[in-house]
Design a protein around this ligand. Sequence first.
Ligand code: PEP
Length: 284
Amino acid sequence: MKLSAVTLLSILGSVSAFAPSLIGSRASTHLDARKPFISGNWKLNPQTREEAVSLATDIAGKITDSSPDADVALFVPYVFLESAMGAVDSKLMVGAEGVCPEVKGAFTGAVSTSMLDSVGVQWALAGHSERRMIFGETDDLINAQCLKIIGQGMSVMLCIGESESEYEQNLAGNVCAIQLRKGLNGISKEQMDRVVIAYEPVWAIGTGKVATPETAQSVHASCRAILAEMYDQETADATRILYGGSVTPESVDELMGQPDIDGALVGGASLDCEKFGRIINFQA
Ligand code: PEP
């Protein structure tokens, strides 16, 4: 469970005269503690239903009584949703990799939120950089997807993140601020408990170039500050912000040790049950 750096500092500021030993600790309160969230994105994998069931079953088996108290989700191709849900037996959540914001009609190849809801899917991704770049999804479309997912009573993981050239120009915070504001446009404070943010620098996705914990922490803190501006500090403190981009068993612990990193969205390593199992069982 985590407090944002801002909240932690304000709490410590008010109590430090009486309890100086709290400084530097990771103490939290029930008011704004954030439950860690580890999620996998299978993308266009695996190639058969048998492989999908086997992988989902093996991953669920990695969640034991001694695992961290975390939410765990797998975002999988549509055709595997029901088989994967059956395989994991409620040990973790299974979500869709995207939605069409339209409800019905002439949209060949599309899948709506009501279709997903009707088969028991409660989570969906929106804004993944591969959807933005390869499929040309715009901030407006991504916002429509978020609104539709929330309107259906489901929850959304909104992915944001800067390109390599934007990172090199020190624009990560600005790009994330724009994507956050546009993606969440029209979502109320009350609905924010069904929103999780995933900060995924594009240059880190599938490249093996994981952001340093310090870099990720600093962008996460700036995203939380934007959420405070858009909503209020309470909402910002309660919203989980995950890091995604080449997370591995070797990098997860230090990332999860950062005060504003509340979890991970994992691509490649979520296809390997040993690796993803270690990530689920992070130590921070
Ligand atoms: C992703 O697909 O969201 C992702 C972070 O991929 P990878 O972990 O392979 O970089």
